[in-house]
Design a protein around this ligand. Structure first.
Ligand SMILES: Nc1nc2c(c(=O)[nH]1)N[C@H]1C(S)=C(S)[C@@H](COP(=O)(O)OP(=O)(O)OC[C@H]3O[C@@H](n4cnc5c(=O)[nH]c(N)nc54)[C@H](O)[C@@H]3O)O[C@H]1N2
Ligand SMILES: Nc1nc2c(c(=O)[nH]1)N[C@H]1C(S)=C(S)[C@@H](COP(=O)(O)OP(=O)(O)OC[C@H]3O[C@@H](n4cnc5c(=O)[nH]c(N)nc54)[C@H](O)[C@@H]3O)O[C@H]1N2
Ligand code: SF4
Ligand SMILES: [Mo]
Length: 671
């Protein structure tokens, strides 16, 4: 046995801590916060991909069609030289950087520092494909774009509304908190477009038609207002906009909503009453709300639902459950094209200049940069020439990936810095091997905004380097000021200085504790973070999806997650224990639809949209008529469309498709 080191799980944003044996790399759960002795299968087997033989070993450079090894020094010098040349010819905005919500705060902080000092706000991360609609909606409504309360509060609430979110598969350990609440008498309400594992634990199981969430939320609000179930004092003293909401929901009667959503009017009334009369409550939501063209409005509608009964502070909270292990940290570190660190707008001159002076320059670029989802058109039009990607796999994770792949081919310079030769890496001119999570130390921030320290367990694999070291070298090679870091803690201390709440805290305290909440444990208890201190109730109307089913493409395609698989699969597919647990992917189809098309359980079916087609075996049942649900992990983005919502997120959860029984898997184009 070696020494046990405490490490943040490299998968989901719940943020479990693993205790890893430094010799055997065996994982045990940490007994402290937030996972309290629990882990899901991904955490338990998290070190398996680290020893995969597929790991990138040394820097590679494309020469013709071959990738040939080069030294770190030459790689970084050549990359920096090309970036400077492109800036000279076309300006800094011809370069874009993609940060990674898989890497540490320090690493995200460094990459956005490089981008902004280089002269561009073209810095983004996969939050754009994920919860950015929640960030925008929360900013508008309550002033801070993040989860309001810690997980521990969930246990005391009397009603928990789980909306477009399937934690039994996606954040399994948070289910423990939800089930403790249930044992203490909380009512659990789940809203989804199919029967989920999470629903098995619910008191109310609401299966609605895809994309009709605003109608359901507005109908619940209609009932709450009509029956005066809201907290009048809270509405008067702490919110604006009540009368507009009241007007807007007038037409959303439960009977009208029943016709649109498919949920019986009486159920809508019962659920609205249960939630508003519980006395305390939370709404937890996920991709079922955000990945729609109406993503921002969907989230605004459920925020209204929580504000009406005054469920804020000790009485309740808003839980946009964050996806990746450090997506919350990436945002707080400023790896987003429209925000400086701490979600501060680029237009905030005082803060911007403060950051600039900390970095040794006068000012920073003020124009919003490109969203990750806007990049592909800009590359195709020749406006973006170089892309530097750290730990993201857009050739698989982005909507309509055929277009993304076309764009990647067009770049003058593509650098991919990853632990594996990903699908995106196929288009790279330079491929830089990053060390994996347990081969480096640093801090991460989970969904409840808890910053946690992750210890180094073992030495970097082959000639790989921790991302912060690579980015330190790049910053220096670009001639940017302040990139002389020799220890990761120096970067931690530097980002601490950006946040007044952290100024008095030390890296040592972070290391020896169960973490530090930024800005604090519970938000908005007495006052909201809006300019006038009040929350805004914002009226929203149902918005139609971008691609409505028609005669040609009569089905709705949605994409969902499975417990033992993770995003684009680069890590979990290289983890033998998880591969064993996963089984073969299946597309869900309703019993009656299956019968109509002569499809039996296990048959190969072909799913086609206007953008492409895929084949997968069918699983009959689990979805309503007219809906097909495909696991996101098996490249359904050949099918999805690139229409974006106001926060720049594609509509991954709604495309018009058709299905048919397929012949044998023969001559299928390989990935
Ligand atoms: N095992 C596992 N865990 C993960 C991940 C993973 O890949 N695998 N990924 C992580 C990441 S990055 C994220 S963002 C989170 C995501 O976590 P979740 O948001 O829970 O993930 P999804 O399965 O994408 O979507 C949630 C649910 O939305 C439903 N849905 C689809 N369309 C609609 C709709 O129109 N309305 C409503 N109400 N519901 C709808 C789907 O049926 C699905 O059950 O998970 C994280 N955790
Ligand atoms: N159809 C459909 N598409 C979706 C979604 C959906 O629900 N449906 N969900 C969207 C969502 S919510 C998200 S978050 C995105 C995810 O999109 P991506 O972030 O592109 O997907 P991941 O598979 O998580 O890719 C993470 C990459 O980081 C690498 N990596 C891991 N650790 C490290 C490290 O320490 N250093 C470096 N440099 N690299 C590392 C991994 O090898 C992997 O290649 O996908 C989106 N796409
Ligand atoms: S719940 Fe999330 S953080 Fe915890 S072990 Fe599973 S994947 Fe890791
Ligand atoms: Mo995500």
């Amino acid at each position: 046995m070696g020494e046990l080191r405490k490490v943040v799980c490299p998968y989901c944003g719940f943020g479990c801590n693993l205790l890893i044996d430094s010799k055997t790399l065996k994982v045990r759960p940490y007994r402290g916060e937030p996972n309290r002795g629990k882990l899901c299968p991904k955490g338990l087997h998290a070190t398996e991909f680290v020893t995969s033989r597929d790991r990138l070993k040394r820097p590679l450079k494309r020469i013709g069609s071959a990738m040939v090894p080069i030294s770190w020094g030459v790689a970084i010098d050549e990359i920096a030289g090309k970036l400077l040349e492109i800036r000279e010819l076309y300006g800094a905005d011809a370069v874009a950087f993609l940060a990674s919500s898989k890497v540490s705060n320090e690493e995200n902080y460094l990459l956005q520092k490089i981008a902004r000092l280089f002269g561009t706000n073209n810095i983004d991360n996969c939050a754009r494909l994920c919860h950015e609609a929640s960030v925008h909606a929360l900013k508008l409504a309550v002033g801070t774009g993040a989860q309001t309360n810690p997980y521990e509060d969930l246990e005391g609430f009397k009603a928990i509304l789980i909306w477009g979110y399937n934690p039994a598969e996606t954040h399994p350990v948070v289910m423990d908190y939800i089930l403790r609440a249930k044992r203490r008498g909380a009512k659990i309400i789940v809203v989804d477009v199919r029967k989920t594992r999470t629903m098995a634990f619910a008191d109310y199981k609401l299966v609605l038609r895809p994309g009709t969430d605003i109608t359901l939320a507005n109908a619940m609000i209609h009932v709450i207002i009509r029956e005066e179930l809201y907290d009048e004092e809270f509405i008067r003293s702490r919110t604006n906009g009540f009368s507009e909401v009241k007007m807007a929901v007038r037409k959303y009667t439960p009977e009208y909503a029943e016709r649109v959503t498919g949920i019986p009017a009486e159920t809508i009334r019962a659920v609205a009453r249960t939630f508003a009369l519980a006395g305390s409550g939370a709404v937890m939501w996920g991709m079922g709300l955000t990945q729609h063209v109406s993503g921002v409005e969907n989230v605004l509608a459920v925020i209204d639902l929580v504000l009406l009964p005054g469920y804020i502070g000790e009485r309740g909270g808003l839980y946009p459950m964050r996806g990746q292990n450090n997506v919350q940290g990436a945002a707080y570190m400023g790896a987003l094209s429209e925000f400086l660190p701490g979600y501060v707008p680029l237009s905030d001159e005082r803060f911007r200049k403060r950051v600039a002076s900390l970095w040794g320059v006068e000012d920073l670029p003020t124009e919003r940069g490109l969203y990750l989802t806007e990049l592909w058109d800009e590359i195709e039009e020749g406006n973006v020439k170089a892309l530097y990607i750290v730990g993201e796999n857009p050739a698989v994770s982005e909507a309509d990936f055929a277009q993304v792949r076309r764009a990647l081919r067009k770049l003058d310079l593509l650098v991919v810095q990853d632990v594996f030769p990903t699908k995106t890496a196929r288009y790279a001119h330079y491929l830089l091997p990053a060390s994996a999570f347990c081969e480096k130390s640093g801090s991460y921030m989970n969904s409840e905004r808890r910053i946690q320290w992750s210890e180094k367990v073992c030495e970097p694999y082959a000639d790989s380097k921790p991302d912060w070291e690579i980015l330190g070298m790049l910053g220096k090679a670009l001639g940017l000021p302040g990139f002389n870091y020799s220890r990761v803690e120096e970067i931690t201390a530097e980002y601490f200085r950006l946040f007044p709440e952290l100024e008095e805290r030390s890296v040592e305290e972070l290391k020896s504790s169960d973490g530090i909440f930024l800005p604090k444990k519970r938000l908005h208890t007495w006052e909201f973070a809006t300019p006038d201190g009040k929350a805004r109730l914002i009226a929203v109307e149902q918005i139609a999806p971008w691609e409505v089913p028609d005669k040609e493409y009569p089905f709705v395609l949605t994409t969902v997650r499975l417990i033992s698989h993770y995003n684009t699969g680069e890590m979990t597919l290289r983890s033998p224990s998880l591969v064993k647990l996963m089984g073969e992917p299946r597309a869900l189809i309703n019993e009656r639809d299956a019968e109509r098309f002569g499809i039996n359980e296990g048959d190969l079916i072909e799913i086609e949209t206007r953008r492409g087609r895929i084949r997968m075996r069918a699983k009959v049942g689990g979805v309503p008529e007219g809906v097909i649900a495909v696991p996101f992990h098996f490249k359904p983005n050949r099918l999805t469309g690139s229409a974006l919502n106001k926060a720049g997120t594609p509509e991954f959860k709604f495309s018009a498709c058709r299905v048919r029984k397929a012949g044998k898997l023969k001559g299928e184009a390989s990935e």
